[in-house]
Ligand binder design. Sequence first.
Ligand code: AMP
Length: 145
Amino acid sequence: MQIKHILREKGREVIGILGDATLSEAARLLARRRIGALVVRDAQGGLAGILSERDVVRAVAEESVAALARPVSAYMTRDVATCGETDSIDDLMEMMTQGRFRHVPVLDRDERLVGIVSIGDVVKSRIAETVREAATLREYISASG
Ligand code: AMP
């Protein structure tokens, strides 16, 4: 199974924010859209970083409410690990486990953002695959018995 199979199920919307938006605006967007991370875009629409709910929690823990008025760019991770649509879901799981992050933006061949995959999407796809395999095995067993 490849990343494109997940995108086919969940769609290709990528919810983003600009680096000069405030952390408070980012927190509101995360809550309103019920997501765990935002892709941070530069003025040209390119990928400037990623900001997850963990970054918001860390910022508030370290700087209290003052952090909320500061820009997203002060707290985002700039060195973003990405994947391609034809990468395998197994490789993506490995990347998330090694890097200890739960969100990975998907880029096409021209380095354009075409989606984002979360650990929740990966788990959902894995469960669906396991259920399909079990059904196939059951059919096989009942046909051969
Ligand atoms: P997460 O587990 O995705 O909530 O993120 C945990 C930490 O990893 C946060 O500091 C994020 O900014 C960072 N992070 C999330 N996704 C990525 C990614 N794809 N590449 C690099 N860092 C990331």
